[in-house]
Design a protein around this ligand. Sequence first.
Ligand SMILES: Cc1cc2nc3c(=O)[nH]c(=O)nc-3n(C[C@H](O)[C@H](O)[C@H](O)COP(=O)(O)OP(=O)(O)OC[C@H]3O[C@@H](n4cnc5c(N)ncnc54)[C@H](O)[C@@H]3O)c2cc1C
Length: 290
Amino acid sequence: MYDVIIIGKGPAGMSAALYTVRSNLRTLIIGKNDSNLLKAEKVDNYFGFAQTISGKELLKNGEIQVKRLGAEVLEDEVISVEKDEFFKVVTGTASYLCKAVLLATGLPHKAIMIENMAKFEGNGVSYCTTCDGFFYNNRKVGVLGHRDFAVHEAMELTTFTKDVTIYTNGKHLDVSGKYIGELGRFRVDTRKILKLEGDEFLEQIHFADGTGENIDGLFVAYESASSIDFARKLGILTDGNLVVTDNNQRTNLDGVFAAGDCSSRFRQISVAVGQGAVAGKAIIEYVKSL
Ligand SMILES: Cc1cc2nc3c(=O)[nH]c(=O)nc-3n(C[C@H](O)[C@H](O)[C@H](O)COP(=O)(O)OP(=O)(O)OC[C@H]3O[C@@H](n4cnc5c(N)ncnc54)[C@H](O)[C@@H]3O)c2cc1C
């Protein structure tokens, strides 16, 4: 059992870990190697560097620092976060229990160029199987995605209906771990999607090859899950693509905190690091209060 699991190993997540490990909280950071900061070749507006530093170098130093102080760092992708007595953080290969969770996955990378996607949001297009799966009892639904996250969402939907198709939108399936064995339960459609159609509600998917098919609901689980996906499923308040927090980076769900680009409109390293520190302090207080 970890005291805290931090999802994301960018500046926000690693900054929080500096505080939690130094307060003797058992801290696990789970993150992939695709922080937005890797794209910054030259950073000149972060305090304390006499010479320009690259984002890559900053991240590398940060990881060495958190490991030196005692944080465990795991390179993996988190697929879901579930709440029971404690929190269960699930990856493609394992799951981990913890008392508190910090969401620090940065911005979601999800530019999906499908016509009418926004038009049907809430009317057939959903981003949350836990919230909306129930409305599609015994109906025909699809999951838009091509990775572990999509298979995980398809598995959740089988509670409500057996008619679940995974639409990869022209991408190759990229599935790992236990999700490979689950794929056989679903129809997989790899055609590129052009647009969604319907009157008030989603009724049809149109493909780039000129074909189409009827559908009742489409759940978006594109690329990998991000803080906003975890938040929606846990019933945490969101605002557009942001996870809503108070001044201490606490969400409205006890034990879940958010920091960095996923919870800030001013997307900068200094802000992410600052929010991470505030979250770290709030997590220490939370865990010690249990
Ligand atoms: C091109 C570019 C240049 C920039 N230049 C500057 C600059 O000069 N100065 C400045 O202050 N800011 C700059 N920024 C902004 C800065 O990079 C971000 O504000 C900062 O990286 C945010 O930190 P974060 O920790 O919130 O998110 P990120 O750094 O994006 O880190 C998010 C972490 O979460 C992980 N993750 C995501 N999903 C999952 C999942 N499902 N499971 C596990 N891990 C996951 C990612 O792999 C990553 O490790 C730049 C951004 C870009 C794109």
